[in-house]
Design a protein around this ligand. Structure first.
Ligand code: SF4
Ligand code: SF4
Ligand code: FES
Length: 233
């Protein structure tokens, strides 16, 4: 199998091709390990859990954003083009910088400032956030978002905020509303790419849709005329 890696070095990209014979069941990450251990020890990529839990190993393979440790190479045929993910600044080879996203989480205080344990035993409350709790922070949603920019918070950020706003333990969910408005949630085009590519099925687009509906109800963003009757608050 030919494996081409688009590497970022010294301020520019260059492509290098390696020959690898993958064993049965190998993932994209196994191929990267093989190259690093046998063909080029300077190759840089991110890895931690190797089991689709930590979210650190996202890359682009033959144009699709995936978790390298989750996807088997057999899915891609006889040729792999492995690239860094889109929309995030490259650092070295396949490693990209997560700082901008982490800074946004801090700026928005995306955590509970006060806890309220009443309602914790309500399954209905947790049903609303069950999917979003599975988010592993891989940032694939940010990488596939066509409007991701400095002014738009992005699907990962809004998924995290949704989780804190909707969690029954948060005693002051409306404290996050100003931050959501400032990060221009209405820039979302609802193309749904984030939900399609999310490896954990967290449905970021739905989270954004529900947050927008809440803000419209509060008069904090303009009415678009969407039919949101299916959302009950
Ligand atoms: S919402 Fe999905 S794609 Fe986005 S960071 Fe979380 S797990 Fe990754
Ligand atoms: S639905 Fe919105 S947030 Fe998700 S990828 Fe499309 S524009 Fe980005
Ligand atoms: S290495 Fe943790 S998700 Fe892939």
């Amino acid at each position: 199998m030919r494996v081409t890696i688009k590497r970022f070095r010294d301020g520019k990209y260059k492509e290098e091709t390696f020959t690898v014979e993958p064993k049965e069941g190998w993932t994209v990450l196994d191929v990267l390990f093989y190259i690093k251990e046998n063909l080029d020890e300077t190759l840089s990529y991110r890895v931690m859990c190797r089991s689709s839990v930590c979210g650190t190993c996202a890359v682009k393979v033959n144009g699709k954003h995936v978790l390298a440790c989750k996807e088997h190479v057999s899915r891609f045929g006889n040729y792999l083009l492995i690239e860094p993910v889109d929309n995030l600044e490259p650092v070295k080879d396949l490693v990209v910088d997560h700082k901008m996203v982490v800074d946004r989480l801090r700026a928005g205080k995306v955590w509970f400032e006060e806890r309220n344990y009443r309602g914790v035993d309500s399954p209905e409350g947790f049903n609303r956030i069950e999917r979003q709790w599975d988010c592993i922070g891989c940032l694939i949603c940010e990488s596939v978002c066509p409007v991701f920019s400095e002014r738009f918070g992005g699907p990962f950020l809004f998924t995290k905020i949704y989780r804190t706003v909707e969690d029954p333990r948060n005693s002051d969910p409306s404290s996050k509303y100003g931050f959501i408005v400032n990060f221009n949630i209405t820039d979302c085009t609802h193309c749904n790419y984030c939900s399609i590519y999310c490896p954990k099925s967290c449905q970021p687009e739905l989270a954004i849709r529900i947050l927008e509906a809440k803000l419209r109800k509060e008069g904090l963003i303009e009415e678009k005329g969407d039919n949101l009757d299916f959302l009950s608050f």
